[in-house]
Write a protein that binds this ligand. Structure first.
Ligand code: KG4
Ligand code: ZN
Length: 346
């Protein structure tokens, strides 16, 4: 087909999303991208409460779909297929999305495409920059951290990943320990801007070991100790202390991620002659220091670095619509028995 229009639904964590993406010839266009966040809902609990998230998704997903179609100026009759995140994620939310998508597919007689949320993140650089396969993808979010070689819309080769926490989770914990607002990534980054990264030297876990695996749980323990050290000494934290702790923390995360990216490239080059482009996705890809460091790694290797705009790095439905589009146009679709999968490795 010369033109394909896909409605995408996303509800795997704490953002309810619906979006319409169109491909005309080889040019993709995001016609609408609605995200209804739940930050206030979970704020008091210091983390996403699955039961509350599920209820909010169930309440809001129809509204998101209506808004996405409205904003695109389309009716369901002008859509070619409906794509939905079928996992991995919080089961209640994923179920809400999958049930809604099945209802739309059945009601409007549309094909259904179940999409892996991680594939959505991983394929985003193709939506934003038309990046050709293969490329090296660093997927870093609140729940995930892995290096992938993207070979095709549903062909990913895993080179390594975190053995414990995801970096976004670590940023969130860092913020909590310092009394900064959630989500932690943006607040830590903001505080770090006025901080001295060399005042507290936090560990760089697993850098002494070969391979692309990473670890971030030790970092928060180290941060906790540094914080308690200051509190014991001075009775509390000043804003400068917080800024310096954040800067030290962010530098440690950026060091680990960029050095391991170097190693992932080296691993790829053991078998291939040319360095692949480096791409990043997931919420932590919004981090400016990380972007700068990955740009440097790509520069050293003589290859390009692709980072999607911020709104397409964090959870959104445009990436799901796009991943669904990539699958649909290569002949893949799901049946009405599409299952919601809380765990679904790429
Ligand atoms: O991809 P995402 O929206 O949700 C999933 O985890 O799937 O990522 C959210 C995560 C949160 O942990 C948030 O703290 C982190 O991304 N994040 C950041 C920044 N913006 C968001 N981490 C570091 N620096 C940022 N600027
Ligand atoms: Zn995500």
């Amino acid at each position: 087909t010369a033109e394909l229009t896909i409605l995408g639904l996303e509800s795997s964590c704490d953002d309810t999303g619906a979006a319409v993406v169109r491909l005309r010839g080889n040019v993709p266009e995001i016609l609408s991208n609605i995200v209804i966040g739940q930050a206030e809902l979970h704020e008091a609990f210091g983390g996403v409460v699955p039961e509350l998230a599920a209820r909010a998704h169930a309440e809001k997903i129809d509204i998101a779909v209506e808004q996405a179609l409205d904003a695109a100026g389309l009716t369901l009759a002008q859509v070619d297929a409906v794509a939905v995140t079928a996992g991995p994620g919080l089961i209640g939310g994923v179920l809400s999305g999958v049930m809604c998508a099945k209802g739309i597919a059945a009601g409007a007689g549309l094909p259904l495409v179940g999409v892996n949320h991680l594939a959505g993140h991983a394929l985003t650089p193709r939506l934003t920059d038309g990046l050709p396969f293969p490329y090296l993808m660093l997927l870093v979010s609140g729940g995930h951290c892995q290096f992938l070689i993207a070979h095709g819309p549903d062909r990913f080769e895993r080179l390594g990943g975190t053995i414990d926490d995801a970096p976004g989770e670590a940023f969130d914990k860092c913020a909590r320990l310092l009394g900064l607002p959630q989500p932690g990534g943006p607040s830590v980054e903001k505080a770090a801007r006025n901080g001295d990264p060399s005042r507290f030297t936090l560990p760089r876990p697993l850098l002494d070991r070969p391979g692309c695996d990473m670890s971030f749980s030790g970092l928060k323990t180290a941060l906790l100790r540094a914080r308690d050290g200051i509190v014991a000494e001075k009775g509390g934290l000043t804003q400068q202390d917080r800024n310096d702790l954040c800067a030290g923390f962010q530098a440690a995360v950026a060091d680990v991620l960029s050095e391991k990216t170097r190693r992932a490239l080296a691993r790829y080059l053991e078998l291939q002659s040319e360095a692949p482009a480096i791409a990043v996705a997931g919420g932590v890809a919004a981090n400016t220091l990380l972007r700068t460091r990955l740009q440097d790694v790509a520069g050293e290797a003589g290859t390009s670095f692709v980072a999607p705009p911020l709104a397409l790095c964090t959870d959104n439905a445009a990436m799901i619509a796009w991943a669904g589009l990539e699958m649909f146009r290569t002949g893949r679709q799901s049946g009405m028995d599409l299952a919601a999968r809380p765990r679904w490795p790429l």
